[in-house]
Design a protein around this ligand. Structure first.
Ligand code: ZN
Length: 506
């Protein structure tokens, strides 16, 4: 544990120092837990991650929408959030700190099945569990802490910042059915801010009070859930699945073909299995290593209040161990029916073949973009053993915040002039930096620290020989090759997009 804590401290100071993440903000006022600034490099990385997410969804014919963040009270009454979106909380008598009950007891899986407050209180007493901050006793009282962040609209209309993007995505349902011309299934997604008034968020950007969600919603006629045309595309994919029975028996996750998982009854429908496969694909597309991902089934008593089938995708981070990064839920017809009831507007689709109306089911892939960003920072940050105090950010090239750096070998006018030309040429196509200060070795190190994939150096050979060439230096292998300036754009594009390997260059 202390190793993880030490690593996290080291990582956070790296993220602050190099300009990835700042906070908790506002720093100059002392900071409020759960609010962070993405500094220039962090924001570039987050944008890239979101671009990959966008592309992955769009390749599956999902369309992006952007709905309001603030919605009136009635919406959240209907969705169930006003009543059901709470955390059980317990307070320390001595230091008055508040703790989430599930976090306090996370190392006691036997408490998973507890229902009543008395059961928890008795357990805490029996195991002699004390306040993690000061060692004090807990108040014999379990409170429900409301996670909704309240605001108002106009003079006094009660409203809330959305705690998830999903609900906002269901409300224009009738508009969608027109837009998608009454197809029996269609997909939409949103990437946007959501808010949760956590009791005491402490885990950097993986648990914030204001965060970015990315959630897709597949609306589908119930009868098609087990006759889903896109299922064929993924039925032979292999996933690292960890069903709850294996968890109970202390067995490891199993690599299993999706069609076999369905046979085993892990998933109730083809459509659900397809959503799991797309969720997994997303995290592989941002290059989370295969051995750092598992897909974990919820225990029957652990599911969210709306969920039918429920599995989470988890990533093994160095700072926190396994963290949940994505939930895939079959929300059935729950949401549309609720909003139909509360809005008194019929929310049904029309089947042109039978002339009948029906309420589609909704399957969602729900995750955020902050946790994947954190996972990438956590997993690809490295300390160089040989060179003391030197660090490197080995982010996959296509996600590199600033993929290219251009250097003159030395600060001589003729080299600087040519280097500036090359920089201007590349800058039209890539985000790149120009750097002429300090020894070339130091500049290579600076670039590696910020994750820059390739450094371009202009030297005397560039000026003296025809055709004009520069050196390209690979961040991870530190190898260099000469490349023609006239082909440089294409060469770099192929390298960044992994269409070409560095070793293939001559
Ligand atoms: Zn205490």
């Amino acid at each position: 544990m202390s190793n993880k804590k030490e690593f996290l401290q080291e990582l956070i100071s790296f993220l602050q120092g190099k300009g990835f993440v700042w906070g908790p903000e506002p720093e100059i006022y002392g900071g409020t837990a759960g609010f962070y600034t993405y500094a220039p490099l962090g924001k570039l990385l987050k944008n890239k991650v979101e671009e990959v997410i966008r592309k992955t969804f769009q390749q599956q014919e999902f369309f992006e929408v952007e709905c309001p963040i603030v919605m009136e009270r009635k919406v959240w009454e209907a969705s169930g959030h006003l009543k059901g979106f709470t955390d059980a909380m317990i307070s320390c008598v001595k230091c008055k700190s508040n703790f989430r009950l599930d976090q306090l007891l996370e190392n006691y899986p036997e408490t998973h099945t507890f229902k009543k407050p008395e059961e928890y209180l008795e357990f805490i007493k029996k195991k002699n569990i004390k306040c993690p901050s000061c060692g004090g006793e807990f108040k014999p009282d379990i409170k429900k802490h409301d996670l909704m962040m309240k605001t108002r609209v106009g003079i006094d209309k009660e409203a809330y910042n959305r705690p998830e993007t999903a609900t906002a995505t269901y409300l224009p349902f009738l508009r969608f059915t027109d837009f998608f011309r009454r197809q029996p299934w269609f997909g939409v997604f949103q990437i946007g801010k959501a808010f949760r008034n956590e009791i005491s968020p402490r885990q950097h950007i993986i648990r914030m009070r204001e965060f970015t969600q990315a959630e897709s919603q597949l609306f589908i006629k119930e009868e098609l859930k087990n006759n889903f045309e896109k299922y064929k595309e993924i039925e032979n994919d292999v996933l690292p699945l960890w069903d709850y029975k294996s968890q109970k028996a202390n067995k490891k996750p199993e690599k299993i073909k999706i069609k076999d998982a369905l046979k085993k009854g892990f998933f109730k429908s083809q459509a659900y299995a397809w959503n799991i496969a797309i969720g997994y694909k997303l995290f592989r597309n941002i290059r989370i290593p295969e051995d750092k991902i598992r897909i974990r089934q919820h225990f029957p008593d652990e599911k969210a209040f709306y969920a039918d089938d429920a599995w989470d995708i988890e990533i093994n981070t160095r700072s926190f161990g396994w963290i949940e990064v994505c939930g895939v839920h079959d929300r059935t017809d729950y949401d549309l029916k609720q909003h139909e009831k509360f809005s008194k507007t019929e929310l049904k689709a029309f089947d042109e073949a039978t002339g009948k109306k029906y309420v589609p089911h909704v399957l969602e892939i729900a995750f955020g973009t902050d946790r994947p960003v954190f996972a990438l920072l956590d997993l690809f940050y490295e300390k160089k053993e040989k060179e003391q105090g030197k660090t490197i950010f080995k982010i996959p090239y296509h996600l590199s915040p600033i993929p290219i750096a251009v250097f003159p070998l030395m600060k001589k006018p003729e080299l600087v002039k040519k280097a500036r030309n090359v920089y201007n040429l590349l800058q039209k196509n890539f985000l790149c930096v120009y750097d002429e200060t300090g020894a070339i070795g130091r500049r290579y190190l600076r670039a590696a620290e910020t994750g820059t994939a390739f450094c371009i150096t202009i030297d005397y050979e560039t000026l003296e020989k025809k055709p004009e060439t520069v050196t390209i230096r690979d961040r991870d292998t530190e190898k260099q090759v000469r490349a023609k300036i006239e082909e440089l754009k294409e060469t770099l594009r192929a390298l960044i997009n992994e269409e070409k390997k560095f070793e293939e260059l001559k």
